[in-house]
Design a protein around this ligand. Structure first.
Ligand code: PLZ
Length: 438
């Protein structure tokens, strides 16, 4: 597929509108979609819809197609594995690709200690499993989570997710022993990393007690929460408190991992080694696969049969993961993520100086966002939604984030060309300028 933006019809076009009508009749309305168009093909950094429009993809299916959609190595590996064996179940007849993925993740995750990995299907399953492992390994139950956290939609992981509507409201009651504590949010709280960590630790002491705590779960960069990068030193100070008190530090790298921020894992930017890492999204180039990688002694606290799942570590998904990881290395995609950050900042940062409705451009690597505010600095959800609609109409896929939905986030595939990236981010600048009346 040629990597270019093509607009053939209005967005949405007639065939997308037909599908919208069929969808309304057949699909539960609880599953919402960002775009009004229906995808027919996707390749590299372009999504083609059913009317032949080609959209520049700055979201990667929420940070999944890091190596690009239908990446050649990934497609070849899927094809070959599908012809070899599609499913035997690792708990019935185990197979080599599962082991190979675990070996790779043990080597790629931060820290030189001995590690072990288990594979699952989704982010929520992996988050559920870190909590199981942390409780078994520590013999304590309480889990601390941050006030901008997103950890998914199952009952336990919803208890860990911060935002009420639309995620949590009406779906409770939620799993017990989850405690919410304040995160670092430099734009809003103005605190240094050390001061923000002291506030987090005080809340832990006040509402849980460090002795009761099995683990602190953090996103090194809050994803759904609005691409909030904690103040420098915050994660270090939290890690020190955890280590000194026998609390496990767990990094949920679902959105920030696998090269997205210019390192394999975002927590490496802070020079912190977590006890366990939650991995999915970019790891398998678009196939459903997730993983928990942990210190060996923590993982081995759970006896045989304590972890698993019918589809967990499906061989086709494992083959895709090996190919995706190889692609990140072979194509130098970690450096590419850093280059993407430079290009995006060059284009977006003038807006912060030139427009009082743009509060901040933040993030790392190819995980960058822009926060939109009202003239008085309040969160501007309405402006954000108008900007996003305008981008979609101009053939560029962007997505909202933030506890109050006023942040436009970019998660482009790392294989996007500079030209396409500049064109896509340029359209975002035009949309902001038009909607904010700069
Ligand atoms: N942890 C940090 O970002 C998934 C979900 C969007 P699943 N993020 C996108 C939505 O509205 O459902 C995510 C994440 C972090 C966990 C998850 C959960 O991963 O594979 O969606 O369960």
């Amino acid at each position: 597929m040629i990597q270019e933006r093509v607009l053939r019809t209005a967005i949405p076009g007639p065939r997308s509108r037909e599908l919208a009508a069929r969808r309304a009749a057949a699909v539960g309305r609880g599953v919402a979609s960002q775009l009004p168009v229906y995808a027919e093909r996707a390749s590299g950094a372009v999504v083609r819809d059913v009317d032949g429009n080609q959209l520049i993809d700055l979201v990667s299916g929420i940070g999944v197609t890091t190596v690009g959609s239908a990446a050649p190595r990934v497609v070849a590996a899927i094809r070959e594995q599908a012809e070899t064996a599609t499913h035997t179940c690792f708990m019935v007849a185990p197979y080599e690709p599962y082991i190979a993925v675990c070996e790779r993740l043990n080597a790629l995750t931060p820290g030189e200690h001995e590690k072990a990995t288990v594979l699952l299907n989704s982010g929520s399953e992996a988050v559920e499993n870190v909590v199981k492992i942390a409780r078994m390994a520590t013999g304590t139950q309480a889990i601390a989570v941050l006030d901008n956290a997103y950890h998914s939609r199952t009952n336990l992981t919803l208890a860990m997710t911060a935002r009420s509507a639309p995620f949590k409201q009406g779906f409770g009651p939620y799993a017990p022993e989850i405690y919410r504590v304040p995160a670092s949010n430099p734009l809003r709280d103005g605190l240094s990393g050390e001061a923000a960590a002291a506030r987090t630790v005080t809340a832990i002491e006040d509402f849980v007690g460090s002795t009761q705590l099995a683990a602190i779960v953090v996103e090194p960069i809050a994803g759904e929460g609005g691409f909030v990068v904690p103040a420098p030193g915050y994660l270090r100070a939290l890690a020190d408190h955890a280590r000194d008190n026998g609390i496990l530090l767990i990094a949920d790298e679902v959105q920030s991992g696998i090269g997205r921020t210019g390192k394999w894992f975002a927590i490496e930017h802070e020079d912190v080694v977590p006890d366990m890492v939650v991995i999915t999204k970019g790891v398998a180039g678009g196939m459903p696969l997730s993983a928990v990688t942990a210190r060996r002694e923590l993982m081995d606290a759970v006896g045989p049969g304590g972890l698993g799942g019918t589809y967990a570590g499906n061989p086709v998904a494992c083959a895709a993961a090996l190919a995706a990881l190889e692609t990140v290395e072979a194509e130098g995609l970690l450096d590419r993520a850093t280059k993407i950050e430079a290009v995006v900042r060059e284009i977006l940062e003038p807006l912060v100086r030139g427009c009082d409705r743009v509060a901040e451009v933040r993030g790392r690597g190819a995980m960058i966002a822009v926060e939109l505010v009202q003239p008085d600095g309040g969160h501007d959800r309405d402006l954000c939604s108008r900007v996003i609609t305008r981008c979609h109409q101009s053939g560029v896929i962007v997505m909202a984030a933030g506890q109050r939905h006023n942040v436009v986030r970019l998660l482009p595939p790392l294989v996007i060309s500079d030209g396409l990236l500049r064109e896509g981010v340029g359209a975002l600048v035009e949309a902001i300028s038009a909607e904010a009346e700069v």
